[in-house]
Structures are given as C-alpha cells and as structure tokens.
Design a protein around this ligand. Structure first.
Ligand SMILES: [Mn+2]
Length: 234
C-alpha cells in the first residue's frame, strides 16, 4: 500500500501580514494530485487552520472540496491548532467528518481503521472534552499480526523543535506512546507524525518516527526547511 502523507497546512496563516493560502493550496494540490495518480491512501496529519481565524472558513471549504474530489481513500486527523474548546470535541475537520463518504475517514478521537490487512492507528490531538490516554489505546489495540501504520499529531521527546513550539505554539503537550508501542508485539510498519514543521526522522524508545513537515515555510524560523509531501510504502 502506497501512502502519501502531509500535514501542517495552516491555510489561515499570514507571514509578516501576507496571506499564504494560495501558495499552500498549490502545494496541497501537488500532493493530492500525486496521491490520486500513484497512491492507495492519502493522509492528513493535522493542523488545517486555527478555528478562531477569520480565514478558517476558506481553509475548511478547501479541505472539504479536495477530500470529496479525491478518488482514493483518505484519513484526516486533527492537530493542536484544529481543536475548538467548546466542550463538544469540535475541530476544523468536523465539517469533513459530517460528510457521508466511505472513502473519507476523520479521526477526531483515537481509532483503528482497516485497509485490507493494514491497520491504521490514529492518534489525533484532542480538546479537553475528548481527552484520552494514548498508552491505554496501545494496550487495548487488537494485534492482528498485519502491518500497522500509525498516524499522530502528538509530541515527540526527541524531535528538533521549531516554530510549532515557539511562535506557533497552541494547546497542551500530549506525547506519542512510543514506549508502550515498542513493549507490545505489534507489527509497526511506519509511524507518521505531524506537528513538527521541519521534515525529520527521529527514534523514540527504539521506534522510528517520520515527521512529514509542513508544506510551506510559514515563519522566518522555518526559512531553512525543505517543505515536501511524504511518500511511504507499506
Ligand atoms: Mn502545525
């Protein structure tokens, strides 16, 4: 199964007063067009936009239009920027979650999805209304022996920090349950993480984690980043 992954679109973002929507949307289209032609699954790793932004509607409408036009299945998880602290667990992906389309899966809570023999374990960032214990999810996950793909927008202990932890910081810290995953005998094929805007590969308690990075250089601190979507084969 070939997977195209990307995240941290931040379609509402302004850099020094300049709206970045057109540029990031073009990068998203490149990723989605590539996925439609070459991949079996498209995954979004979180951080569509800040819900309180006046530009959130345009970002949500864009995600909705892109997801429904995509001919292959897609999985979407909310990031720390996407959650609304309204007590209902609402996120900027809620409009997408409301669409009745079997190809579109939105994980606003931890969930295990099945694609053939591949299990896709989703660890979204959640608001206080939907708090969960990531370690508990790992402990209770059924082991089928098939390959496991993990999608996360949680924090990593060993990741190099950038703007997501400084001028773009939002929400609490929730950590990837790497130790619990390694302790269980799951056939983890790949771990894909959002949140960190710089493309990087880190090892957490022996678990290799690939951070896709953002699709554009959003702050001055990101000027040395090399934004790109990620392609993995499971
Ligand atoms: Mn982000």
């Amino acid at each position: 199964m070939k997977i195209v992954a990307c995240g941290d679109w931040h379609l509402d973002w302004m850099t020094a007063g300049v709206e970045r929507f057109d540029e990031v949307a073009a990068a998203v289209n490149q990723a989605i067009n590539y996925a439609a032609q070459h991949a079996d699954l498209f995954v979004f790793l979180g951080d569509l936009c800040d819900p309180e932004s006046p530009r959130a509607w345009r970002a949500c409408a864009f995600a909705l239009e892109r997801a429904t036009a995509l001919s292959i299945p897609s999985v979407w998880i909310p990031g720390n920027h996407d959650v609304v602290d309204d007590g209902h667990g609402t996120t900027t992906l809620s409009p997408l979650a409301a669409i009745e389309d079997d190809r579109i899966q939105v994980a606003e809570a931890p969930v295990v999805l099945t694609f053939g023999e591949v299990q896709v374990l989703c660890f979204p960032y959640v608001s206080r209304a939907n708090l969960y214990d990531p370690e508990d999810v790992v402990r209770k996950m059924p082991a089928t022996g098939g390959p496991v793909v993990m999608l996360s927008h949680l924090c990593l202990e060993s990741a190099g920090q950038g703007s997501e932890s400084a001028e773009m910081a939002r929400g609490r810290e929730m950590f990837l349950p790497a130790k619990a995953l390694v302790e269980r005998d799951l056939n983890v094929a790949v771990v894909l993480n959002g949140h960190y805007h710089q493309r990087q590969e880190v090892v957490e308690h022996g678990l290799k984690v690939q951070c896709a990075g953002s699709l554009a250089k959003l702050t001055r601190g990101e000027r040395h980043n090399a934004p790109a979507f990620l392609v993995v084969e499971v």
